[in-house]
Design a protein. Structure first.
Length: 414
């Protein structure tokens, strides 16, 4: 029989509980007496048994201790009512904190299989060292977003890594992982297609992918990456990923692209371009040739042969209906994929594109011979991309340039 004195000693060993067990044993008032009667057959005996088992060190006592703790909450008969569960949860919170790590690990593995465990106990185990917390962080649905965010902010990168792999993650938790996690953790998060990631976090990671290469492929493999962000990455990713962008992210969404706003922004950009005298003259020449119907491939080839690069770039911008800034960016992109996209967007035939590309390569490389394999890859890309996808890519590049120009205007108070 469990005595009041023994229960009192247990409470001192376990720490300051919600209420001392001795007060319930003595039944100081009517409510406490009721709980005392409820716990007489099970609660007191379980407390004493848990305490005795916790003091032992044998494998058998450890196994029985884990089973007994689980049985308090998991038996089909529902041994404890709500009053008893509150009291026992507080006691077990203190008891579990004092258990050896190996016992806490076994307990975590056992409790995670059930969905009616007190959330406080699961939070306690989830905040433990990673060997103990792992099954809880991986599988427990009782943890709220607030619980996971707190763990992300206060625990180790190993905890964040396990959270990043959860079968379901909200935007709030994913954003916390992005804010606090190492590149290894963020890469795992990006590969988790079930993790919801906000557009704000996605934009940050796209910018980071310029210097952290390992983010690039996982980002471009996500089904929720906005096309406008994918096309921002075009300028710094590999040739293979550029092809992926053109193939997977070039379908225009009219709800996403406001054509009228785009055109207005484009006009504003061109009006504020601080072009040099040579660029101004080139634009004027191109306008006259276009009005006369003489702005064609032969003219562009002649401009390249004569090293009249501003005229060539102005001609590209006019034919593709893009800003001169975007055309210059394409000209300086030595890999050549963006030039192939532009030529496909204006529906240039393959022979004319090949001539322009080879001449442009000569200008960029100082007539250094380009490997045949490189030329073949560019031609294969030109053949593979559709006119519609190429036009869509130009729209995204143009809009990105407009966005950057708007940011500069804000920054400089224009």
């Amino acid at each position: 029989m469990l005595t009041a004195g023994r229960v009192h000693l247990y409470c001192q060993a376990a720490g300051d509980c919600h209420k001392t067990i001795s007060s319930f044993v003595e039944g100081e008032d009517e409510d406490q007496g009721l709980i005392t009667r409820e716990m007489t057959s099970i609660g007191r005996e379980q407390i004493a048994r848990l305490y005795d088992l916790a003091r032992q060190r044998s494998d058998e006592s450890r196994r029985v201790l884990v089973e007994n703790i689980a049985d308090l909450f998991l038996t089909p008969q529902g041994r404890l009512n709500e009053h008893q569960r509150v009291l026992m949860t507080d006691i077990l919170h203190k008891l579990i904190s004092d258990l050896e790590a190996v016992i806490r690990k076994e307990l975590a593995e056992r409790l995670v299989q059930f969905d009616n465990v007190p959330p406080e106990l699961m939070r306690l185990l989830a905040n433990d060292q990673i060997e103990i917390a792992r099954p809880i962080l991986e599988q427990c649905d009782l943890l709220r977003d607030e619980d996971l965010i707190e763990i992300v902010r206060s625990r180790s990168d190993e905890h964040r890594l396990v959270i990043a792999m959860r079968a379901k993650l909200s935007e709030a938790v994913s954003d916390a992982v992005v804010d606090e996690g190492s590149p290894n953790v963020i890469e795992v998060l990006l590969k988790n297609q079930n993790a919801e990631i906000s557009e704000r976090a996605m934009a940050y990671l796209v910018a980071e992918s310029r210097r952290v290469d390992r983010f690039q492929e996982p980002l471009l493999s996500r089904h929720d990456l906005p096309p406008k962000l994918a096309h921002q990455m075009f300028w710094w990713v590999s040739a293979a990923l550029r092809r992926k962008i053109l193939a997977d992210f070039s379908e225009l969404n009219l709800a996403d692209v406001d054509t009228a706003l785009q055109e207005a922004t484009k006009s504003a950009i061109e009006a504020h371009d601080p072009t040099t005298n040579s660029e101004t003259a080139a634009l004027a020449l191109v306008e006259r040739l276009s009005a006369a119907g003489k702005l064609n491939v032969e003219f562009l080839l002649q401009a390249l042969r004569q090293q009249k690069i501003p005229v060539f770039v102005a001609g590209l911008a006019h034919l593709a209906d893009i800003s001169v800034k975007v055309a210059w960016r394409i000209f300086h992109d030595e890999a050549g994929e963006s030039f192939a996209v532009l030529c496909r967007a204006i529906d240039l035939n393959r022979q004319d594109f090949t001539s322009l590309y080879l001449y442009l390569s000569d200008v960029r490389a100082g007539r250094r011979v380009r490997p045949t394999s490189v030329v073949k890859k560019i031609l294969d890309l030109y053949d593979a991309i559709s006119v519609a996808n190429a036009k869509a890519a130009l729209v995204y590049w143009q809009r990105d340039a407009a966005y950057q120009e708007a940011l500069d205007d804000v920054e400089h108070g224009r």
